[in-house]
Design a protein around this ligand. Structure first.
Ligand code: DGL
Length: 265
């Protein structure tokens, strides 16, 4: 039986899930958080679902060995590949996945055209097709895979000219198609909001699901009587690549921390 004071494990293929971690910490400041960046295997977006499932199994096992009371897949690509598998393996363990914000976008659009920026893995999945069937039958959804963006963000580049050109190549066709709502369907992309704001007209809404994930975690922990009463411990980080690389990028995407260890799974 997990304790309220046990930590929550949050994972992503790399640093993208830090955008979700920030929302969790904002909403649930009493929770102690563990973060795994699977940087030795990033990007997930172009890898097979089988490969990603194996990585998620290793990381789930690691979180459980650390005594985590819940796990958050702070990664859309990992969710479509692995959430069902993890739920079957650990039916009683609170697990939060995430999906592109198609439902709120379909409700918000005035032009009736919604754009989705996400990884190839997410956009090609049966789970994403089911999401469109369920919530987007009355709107037109234009999808845009974005190879290369994740690698740039992983290297700490949020504003270079080559990145701007790459991003514009993905965004321009969506604007040309009449999208008035853009979904950031990958947890790395919220770090590009400042750059996006320079290229997207002010009346185009840009939405992501980080805050909704934090609310879902709050609901789930509440239902299991596992909400922490605080105070929280310092967030601990693990990476499957070189810890110094994560230490170097944390001040840009999170805040300075040297509480970073090598994840050997
Ligand atoms: N951050 C991830 C997502 O939300 C995956 C990025 C990647 O590794 O390709 O989809």
């Amino acid at each position: 039986m997990a304790e309220r004071s046990a930590p929550v494990g949050v994972m992503d293929s790399g640093v993208g899930g830090l955008s979700v971690l920030a929302e969790i910490q904002r909403l649930l400041p009493n929770e102690s958080l563990l973060y795994v960046a699977d940087c030795g295997h990033v990007p997930y977006g172009e890898k097979s679902a089988d490969y990603i499932r194996q990585r998620c199994r290793h990381i789930a096992r690691f979180f459980r060995a650390q005594g985590a009371k819940a796990m958050v897949l702070a990664c859309n690509t990992a969710t479509v590949a692995a959430v069902a598998d993890l739920r079957a393996l650990y039916p009683d363990w609170p697990l939060v996945g995430m999906e592109p914000a198609v439902k709120p976008a379909a409700a918000a659009t005035r032009s009736g055209v919604v754009g989705v920026l996400a990884t190839t893995g997410t956009l090609q999945s049966a789970k994403f097709a089911a999401l469109l069937d369920r919530f987007a039958s009355d709107v037109r959804v234009v999808t845009q895979p974005c190879p290369g963006l994740v690698e740039r963000i992983e290297s700490g580049d949020l504003s270079s000219e080559p990145l701007r050109q790459l991003l514009w190549g993905y965004v321009e066709p969506l604007l040309a198609a009449g999208c008035d709502t853009l979904i950031l369907g990958c947890t790395h992309y919220p770090f590009l909001r400042p750059l996006l704001a320079q290229m997207v007209p002010a009346d185009v809404a840009v939405i992501d699901t980080g805050a909704a994930v934090a609310r879902q975690l709050q609901r789930l922990l509440g239902a299991h009587e596992l909400l922490a009463q605080g105070p929280s411990r310092d967030t601990a980080f693990w990476t499957s690549a070189e810890p110094d690389a994560l230490i170097a990028i944390l001040p840009t995407l999170w805040r300075p921390s040297s509480n970073v260890q090598l994840l050997d799974v």
